[in-house]
Design a protein around this ligand. Structure first.
Ligand SMILES: [Fe+2]
Length: 270
């Protein structure tokens, strides 16, 4: 049983998919005995204007800072962002981040140029080359890694979440060359990798990434892992974080990482 539970990936109602106010998320976290959370509302650079992300992020940061004061004695509250598709507009993505005093930035990829939104792909369509979908995703993810304006790379196994319901498989080992490149560059840039527990609440029923890729990151010299539930409502805050910590320990990590003012804090897996 771990006592230092930190959830570094939480969405409030300032994200399009979020349902609860930051205050109620914090209240849920306190009830669950969590030590700290980072509010990482979504900002997608490919639809920045349409979704009014500038305003959303401003409100997200206001709410997180207010909650930090309200819950000061009970919970550490930091303000972050899930920066999605930064490679769609790298300069603007940097500008957006520079406008707020973020504690933490997740780098993330949901949509790619060749196949669009990974959540919307119809894997049942005849003739679809699933290997190519996945290779294309990870090659474009390398562009996110090279953008390098984030602290931790979010949900590395993201497309697997949406393949599983079709009962189809992909040979991920066939694109290990791209994964190796991702890990090498993350480590060279001093960036963390996220262990996302959200998949455990989906059909895939698995951590993203799996232990194979956590080990790959470690083998290339990576030491910083952030853990996040990817929750969009209070009831899922902190879900499976304990299990995630166990997994990290089994892979050989001695610490996990939580960010404050864009600086990594290494917390022992006790
Ligand atoms: Fe995401």
């Amino acid at each position: 049983m771990y006592i230092n539970l930190f959830d570094s990936h939480v969405h409030s109602d300032n994200s399009p998919e979020g349902e609860d106010l930051t205050m109620s998320l914090c209240s849920a976290a306190v009830d669950k005995g969590i030590s700290g959370i980072c509010i990482t509302d979504t900002c997608a650079m490919d639809e920045f204007e349409e979704q009014r992300y500038g305003k959303r992020l401003m409100y997200s940061c206001f709410a997180a800072r207010k909650a930090r004061d309200v819950f000061a004695q009970q919970l550490i509250v930091t303000n972050g962002v899930e920066m999605c598709q930064p490679q769609a507009n790298p300069e603007r993505a940097r500008e957006v981040i520079g406008k707020q005093r973020f504690d933490f930035v997740l780098g993330s990829l949901h949509k790619i140029r060749k196949y669009g939104d990974m959540q919307q792909i119809d894997y049942a369509q005849p003739g679809l080359d699933i290997q190519d979908v996945f290779r294309s995703y990870y090659e474009e993810l390398l562009e996110v890694v090279d953008w390098n304006g984030f602290d931790s790379l979010a949900h590395l196994g993201y497309p697997l979440r949406y393949l599983k319901p079709y009962g189809k498989t992909v040979d991920l080992a066939a694109i290990d060359d791209v994964f190796a490149e991702i890990m090498k560059r993350l480590v060279a840039n001093g960036r963390a990798l996220e262990l996302n527990t959200g998949g455990l609440r989906m059909e895939i029923e698995a951590f993203t990434p799996s232990n194979k890729y956590l080990k790959m990151y470690k083998d290339y010299g990576g030491e910083m892992i952030t853990i996040g539930s990817d929750s969009v409502r209070g009831e899922h805050i902190g879900c499976d974080i304990q299990e995630g910590m166990e997994l990290l320990k089994s892979v050989g990590f001695k610490y996990f990482t939580f960010y404050k003012e864009r600086q990594p804090i290494m917390l022992r897996l006790l």
